[in-house]
Design a binder for this molecule. Structure first.
Ligand SMILES: *[C@@H]1O[C@H](CO)[C@@H](O)[C@H](O)[C@H]1NC(C)=O
Ligand SMILES: *[C@@H]1O[C@H](CO)[C@@H](O)[C@H](O)[C@H]1NC(C)=O
Ligand SMILES: *[C@@H]1O[C@H](CO)[C@@H](O)[C@H](O)[C@H]1NC(C)=O
Length: 204
């Protein structure tokens, strides 16, 4: 009787892990898409709006929110960021006077809580961030190209959330995003748009 019971427990555990495994393999659970819109050129780089869409059917991003990291193509720095925070400043010693927020080659940025005073749309989801919603932050990138033939895509994106592991695909150059003003009377285009798609891999 006891053997039978522990046998059932093992079977149950095995089935539970086989369920999460096969769930991870099916792509019809949706995805997380990161859209990197280059909005304006600056004297040494550009301003970007980075918007992440939770296109997953069921999965919310739990507290305290997402974490996104990438690797710069060259020696880019983050002069400033609104609506998210960098976790590390790194070695900015070659800058005097005006010091960037972050000089690391592989920066990590984290979401801010909804209570943060904000002035751009989709800022600061914190948690729980529900499916179907977007979360965005604004980056001023320096030491980057200042035209769309010299700016380089950031690569090796990683998207993580508490107890959730995702796998991200390559950065792709896509059709520039169209923006419509709030009175819908004028549309503008991003100068260039890069896109990264990530899928849920496993619970951690
Ligand atoms: C991600 O999900 C969106 C919304 O369902 C879909 O339009 C898009 O094609 C998906 N991207 C990929 C690479 O599967
Ligand atoms: C947004 O808020 C920041 C900090 O309060 C301020 O410096 C910036 O000018 C504001 N931007 C807009 C577009 O209102
Ligand atoms: C290149 O940048 C210009 C503005 O600097 C923009 O109007 C144009 O659409 C961009 N071209 C491409 C192919 O993205």
């Amino acid at each position: 009787m006891e053997y039978l019971f522990s046998g059932m427990i093992i079977l149950l555990l095995a089935c539970f892990s086989c369920f999460t495994y096969s769930e991870a393999l099916t792509s019809n659970n949706g995805n997380i898409t990161i859209v990197w819109d280059l909005m304006n050129w600056t004297p040494d780089g550009y301003e970007a709006i980075v918007t992440t869409y939770n296109y997953q059917k069921q999965r919310s991003i739990p507290s305290p929110g997402w974490k996104i990291s990438w690797r710069w193509a060259r020696q880019e720095v983050i002069w400033s960021i609104v609506g998210a925070k960098t976790t590390e400043q790194g070695d900015c010693s070659k800058y005097i006077g005006n010091i960037p927020q972050s000089c690391v080659r592989k920066p990590t940025v984290i979401d801010m809580l909804p209570e943060t005073p904000y002035n751009h749309s989709n800022c600061c989801r914190g948690s729980p961030w529900k499916p179907g919603l977007a979360s965005s932050f604004i980056l001023i990138v320096g030491s980057a190209g200042t035209s769309n033939s010299t700016a380089r895509m950031a690569v090796n994106f990683m998207f993580t959330a508490p107890k959730q592991q995702y796998i991200c695909g390559p950065t792709k150059n896509v059709v520039p995003t169209k923006f419509t003003t709030s009175d819908s009377r004028r549309t503008t285009n991003a100068m260039m748009t890069w896109s990264i798609t990530c899928v849920f891999h496993k619970a951690t």
